[in-house]
Design a protein around this ligand. Structure first.
Ligand SMILES: Cc1cc2nc3c(=O)[nH]c(=O)nc-3n(C[C@H](O)[C@H](O)[C@H](O)COP(=O)(O)OP(=O)(O)OC[C@H]3O[C@@H](n4cnc5c(N)ncnc54)[C@H](O)[C@@H]3O)c2cc1C
Length: 430
């Protein structure tokens, strides 16, 4: 039975909860599932629809390979959680263990992969380097541009648009109360700690709040007087018509990255290629982000346009006002067709199996990026009871269940599964 999450007069918000989760992406939904499994009364408020934003628009890679080492313990935990979740589901979310592979076109690129492998060796994961001949055999090529690859056989992937809604159903069956079309406008305090959230449909008293608001987390916190150096970049992706199998592994190359979908087509996009719309917050946090901009200048477009006055440009409102969260229920940016045309051409050159594949759908997505490109997970010292689970920086679909579980632990006073120190909010104050 599929549960309906709409807020209606017949299905009003409860007056009280143990924990209120803000945001129905992978981080929020898995936090709600974890809390519900532990019997904690939990209400999840989503302004639009479950997984309407990043969590259904991503490529679906769930990888340990190439991760920032500070994230690796949480990622290892996250893959375990994805498998456990999959085992509990009746629907097929496309979770497969096909591995992940980063193809290297030069010795310098291969050396960078080797350096990561050397650093990651203490984590005892099954990542290894492949030779050029092994890559050719994997791709069914007889010679080609690749000198080798980084490959992790145990990495997995899933269909994002199926996965997170299915997890939400699981969370609801476990006791979480989930409300779509329910924007949280603000948090109110009593005695210096979280006392209630104010939503567009009324208040919910609670002991703790998990903010898993993706790109909306920064304006939400700024309205509470809490700065967060988080910016939003726009990324684009496409899916193709069915095409012959290249490999069961996800494949990342400079010109194009591909993942075979359960429908027999491919999700095709390009890593790191993004557009960054300049908004007022960009000026406030520009210095913090210059290293990323310098590193990616050749594949990132900067644009000053109407977004400056758009929904992410606003960061002050009262709890009795209509907020930007209600003005834009689902962030659905237009995809960059020029970029995707180029990516499709590259993909056909790299993978001849895609010669006849046609793009059948394209979409954009707004990614929440932190200056150090790892998430913020932890309680805000200045506002006890508020736990952040945000800034997943473009690789949080895979990490999501780990993020959700860690946030749930911190919000309910349980021992954290990994040391959360690297993810603390206060790191930006230093
Ligand atoms: C094109 C693309 C490709 C990607 N590929 C990958 C990949 O292959 N692997 C990977 O690991 N990651 C990938 N990512 C990143 C990944 O999708 C994100 O890191 C992850 O989905 C973030 O999840 P989230 O729950 O933090 O945020 P989101 O999924 O953005 O969810 C946040 C939710 O909070 C809601 N919300 C915000 N404010 C409020 C409020 N005040 N009240 C109520 N609701 C609110 C929003 O409506 C939204 O639904 C990709 C992202 C994109 C865009």
């Amino acid at each position: 039975m599929t549960l309906d999450f709409a807020h209606t007069a017949e299905r009003p918000l409860p007056k009280r909860a143990g924990v209120v989760v803000i945001g129905g992406g992978v981080a929020g939904v898995t936090a709600a599932l974890t809390l519900a499994d532990w019997g904690v009364p939990v209400v999840l408020c989503e302004k639009g629809r479950i997984a309407g934003e990043q969590s259904s628009r991503n490529w679906g890679w769930i990888r340990k390979q190439g991760r920032d080492l500070r994230e690796l313990p949480l990622m290892i935990e996250s893959q375990k959680l994805w498998r456990q979740i999959d085992a509990r589901l009746e629907t097929d979310i496309g979770l497969r263990e096909g591995g992940s592979t980063y193809l290297a076109e030069s010795e310098a690129e291969l050396a960078r992969h080797a350096a990561w492998l050397e650093q990651a060796k203490d984590f005892q994961i099954d990542t290894r380097l492949m030779t050029g001949a092994e890559v050719d055999a994997m791709l069914g090529r007889n010679g080609g541009p690749f000198v080798g690859a980084l490959h992790t056989p145990s990495d997995i992937y899933a269909e994002p648009s199926r996965a997170v809604p299915a997890v939400a159903q699981l969370a609801a069956a476990a006791g979480a109360e989930i409300f779509e079309g329910t924007a949280v406008r603000s948090i109110e305090t009593a005695g210096g700690r979280v006392a209630q959230v104010v939503t567009e449909h009324g208040a919910i008293a609670c002991d703790a709040v998990v903010l898993a608001g993706g790109v909306w987390s920064r304006p939400f916190l700024e309205n509470l007087g809490l700065p967060l150096p988080q910016l939003a970049v726009q990324s684009s992706a496409q899916r193709t018509s069915a095409a012959p199998l290249i490999s069961n592994s996800t494949l990342g190359a400079n010109g194009a990255s591909v993942r075979r979908r359960v429908d027999g087509g491919y999700t095709v996009a390009r890593s790191g290629a993004a557009r960054f719309d300049i908004i007022p917050a960009a000026f406030r946090h520009f210095l913090a982000f210059t290293p990323i901009l310098k590193d990616r200048w050749h594949i990132m477009k900067l644009r000053l346009g109407s977004a400056f006055f758009g929904p992410l440009g606003s960061h002050r409102w009262q709890a009795d006002e209509v907020t930007p969260f209600e003005a834009l229920r689902v962030f659905d940016p237009a995809p960059d067709h020029q970029l995707l045309d180029r990516v499709m051409r590259s993909a056909r050159t790299i993978f001849p199996q895609l010669a006849e594949a046609q793009p059948v759908e394209r979409w954009g997505g707004m990614i929440d990026v932190m200056p150090d490109e790892i998430p913020v997970i932890g309680e805000v010292g200045k506002l006890p009871g508020l736990v952040l689970a945000t800034g997943l920086s473009g690789h949080g679909f895979g990490l999501g269940p780990g993020v959700g579980q860690l946030a749930a632990q911190l919000a309910s006073g349980r021992d954290p599964v990994v040391d959360p120190h690297a993810f603390r909010y206060e790191r930006f104050a230093q």
